[in-house]
Design a protein around this ligand. Structure first.
Ligand code: CO
Length: 669
């Protein structure tokens, strides 16, 4: 790009004198997939895409990403929308611009590897419903996970775009693993697989402008397919990165419409159009047309979603990406996890431990789902390890990774960690080295059987095959066999406006708070307590409401969590609980009965989470260290071992129950 071009433009009439670019940068718009996925938890509804669909079709985008990634999951689960229908509906409005989707290779649009028969059927049906460009990635950059889907994409006559997930082990490009050679070699692999284009996928916004220049220049020199850059704004570098990538000769750039832009999403298209105006890489887009689309988005669409925007921070850039290369989503998960465990003070230890865990696990890229896998294991290590033992609590997903179920890691996994993780692992203690899906049994026929009488076609069956629990529920809503709950209904512009009005009034101090409930009359158990805080004295009235005060349980085992349950009443506390009042018949599921008078060693929940299953039942004889219960926390499964040997005396929860840190899960006597 020459300086002359830029100078010429200052005196040029926007419309008449704009020369056609020699090599225009092609643009893929991501507003309708990654845009709302990054900013609004993927909650965008089809009805909110239609008002701008025809106008966006006129812009001249190389492609529009409208599907894939998390959309399939959120649509059927939270929006009561048939994911397949979205492609067909949008196709009626967007007739010229090719559609693009994000395909997680053998993970399809889910979070695990699916069997080959499901993968083939899914790609085939996606193509038949109208998808054109299949942007395909694997979290480990293990292209054996492409081997099933790519031939189907090709057979359907569609565009196979192969991705390289961009990641780092150093602050900038380089080091022993993720250097220029790594990316060039990956690009060559994709070319050999028949990639119609190659996408450098920078999901965390890590790629620095000069590194983008170096990598893209090298890739352009090494392979023939067009090079496409996908770089999230998260760290704040991506606008600069786009410009350097363009100078290096990148063919296609991903952007969004301004209202869907910045923060953890992507840089907006409008500034780029103006930046390149009149140069030999001019997009040729009409900025006034883009402004007209923005007007509709701002006034009619985005107000419905603004409540989903994370506005807890003033900065729209994430400094932690620059400091620790921690992707934004991963960091907020870690912070949440630590907060729930009252351990936010350990965040610096987590930052220090994270690169160690990642190294132990083969320096894998940090992207869904690997960012989660590494992140939660790091938190577990910080909270539960001691100087004598590391990896005390290994999640189920880390075990799967060590087994090879996600694919080949960038460097070998630490053999000690691998051996420890696979001890007693149910698929076997020897890791596999084959393509992961080879160890998976076919799943499609079973899915067909399971949905007999409910699924009408293969598209329905696939919703179930990918998401058995929520997929089945959706099919029941779809065919009127169950009433969808209120939460899945769309929020209207009126709802949003009414809420805005209320907020305005509240801010102006014009809202009067009405007490929710009048105080009830004092009951027969009403008692007063004298409370002394330093020199101050308060008289506090306490009415337990139902019956006399009951101490639910007092555990002999020391522990902070138990102390929290101890009554503060000055009256002599009974050492053992009185029987808790029986739950009323009309309460379908009361809290599980606490391990009242049972004596023994308690297994406490080390973290808040949901019970997946108890591996043992009351009366079972167990040895110390045997797995008793699988607890899911932050989507990761943790096998909790018995703190002592003996007989299981009480189990307090069942599958699906939520537990808090310190809850007594079972008692061993
Ligand atoms: Co993205």
């Amino acid at each position: 790009m020459s300086d002359d071009n830029a100078v010429k433009m200052t005196t040029m009439n926007y419309d008449k004198d704009r020369p056609a670019a020699e090599n225009p940068v092609k643009i893929e718009d991501l507003s309708l997939r990654d845009g709302h996925q990054s900013l609004f938890a993927t909650r965008g509804r089809t009805e909110d895409m239609i008002p701008v669909a025809e106008m966006m079709d006129e812009v001249g985008f190389w492609a529009m990403e409208v599907w894939g990634g998390a959309t399939f999951d959120t649509m059927h689960r939270f929006l009561n929308e048939d994911p397949w229908e979205r492609i067909r509906t949008l196709k009626r409005y967007i007739k010229k611009t090719p559609f693009s989707m994000l395909l997680r290779a053998q993970n399809l649009v889910g979070y695990r590897n699916y069997a080959d028969d499901v993968a083939r059927a899914f790609v085939d049906r996606t193509a038949a419903n109208g998808m054109d460009v299949f942007r395909t990635f694997d979290a480990l950059n293990d292209y054996r996970n492409f081997e099933t889907v790519v031939p189907v994409i090709k057979e359907c006559g569609k565009h196979f775009q192969g991705c390289i997930c961009y990641t780092l082990t150093e602050p900038r490009l380089g080091g022993e693993v993720y250097n220029i050679d790594y990316y060039v070699n990956k690009a060559k692999d994709l070319e050999a697989m028949g990639a119609d284009s190659i996408c450098l996928k920078d999901m965390a916004g890590l790629i620095a402008p000069y590194d983008a220049y170096a990598v893209i220049k090298a890739m352009k020199g090494a392979v023939k397919p067009p090079i496409h850059l996908h770089s999230h704004f998260t760290s704040g570098m991506s606008s600069m990165t786009h410009l350097k990538a363009i100078e290096a000769g990148v063919d296609i750039i991903d952007t969004v419409m301004a209202p869907y832009g910045f923060r953890t999403s992507h840089a907006a298209i409008e500034p780029l159009v103006m930046t390149l105006l009149g140069t030999d890489r001019d997009t040729g887009f009409d900025i006034r047309q883009l402004a007209a689309i923005n007007e509709i988005l701002e006034k009619e669409i985005l107000p419905k979603y603004r409540h989903l925007l994370d506005d807890t921070k003033s900065a729209i850039t994430d400094i932690n990406v620059l400091l620790h290369q921690t992707p934004g989503g991963m960091l907020s998960n870690l912070v949440n996890q630590l907060r729930e465990m009252d351990a936010l003070d350990k965040i610096d230890e987590v930052y220090a431990e994270l690169p160690r865990v990642r190294k132990d696990l083969g320096q894998i890229p940090l992207v869904t789902p690997t960012s989660q896998i590494v992140g939660i294991q790091t938190v577990n290590n910080v909270l539960f390890d001691d100087e004598n033992e590391r990896y005390k609590m290994i999640t189920g997903q880390v075990k799967d990774l060590c087994y090879g179920l996600y694919g080949k890691t960038a460097v070998p996994i630490n053999p000690e960690v691998q051996k420890k993780a696979l001890k007693g692992y149910d698929r076997g203690e020897e890791p596999i080295s084959c393509r992961p899906a080879e160890v998976l049994e076919p799943e499609l026929e079973k899915a067909k059987k399971d949905t007999e009488g409910l699924a009408v076609d293969l598209d329905d069956v696939l919703i179930y095959a990918l998401y058995p629990v929520t997929g089945k529920k959706f099919l029941k809503w779809k065919y009127g066999k169950e009433q969808p709950p209120k939460e899945v209904q769309p929020r209207t512009l009126e709802d949003a406006k009414a809420e805005q009005e209320l907020l305005k009034k509240a801010k102006a101090g014009k809202l009067v708070e009405i007490p929710e409930k009048a105080a009830p009359a004092k009951g027969e158990n009403f008692r007063t307590f004298n409370v002394f805080v330093d020199d101050e004295y308060f008289e506090v009235g306490v009415d337990p409401g139902e019956g006399a005060p009951v101490i639910n349980y007092v555990q002999p085992t020391p522990g902070a969590a138990v102390a929290a349950y101890a009554p503060a009443a000055p009256a002599p506390a009974p050492a053992v609980a009185k029987p808790a009042p029986a739950p009323k018949a009309d309460e379908p599921k009361a809290a599980p009965a606490p391990a009242a008078a049972v004596e023994g060693t308690s297994l406490f929940a080390p973290m808040p989470g949901m019970i997946i299953s108890f591996e043992k039942k009351v009366g079972d004889e167990i040895n110390e260290g045997e797995t008793i219960v699988i607890l899911e926390a932050m989507k990761m499964e943790n096998a909790l071992p018995a703190p002592a040997g003996g007989t299981i005396k009480a189990i307090n929860y069942s599958s699906g129950d939520s537990v808090a840190k310190g809850d007594v899960l079972c008692v061993i006597g």
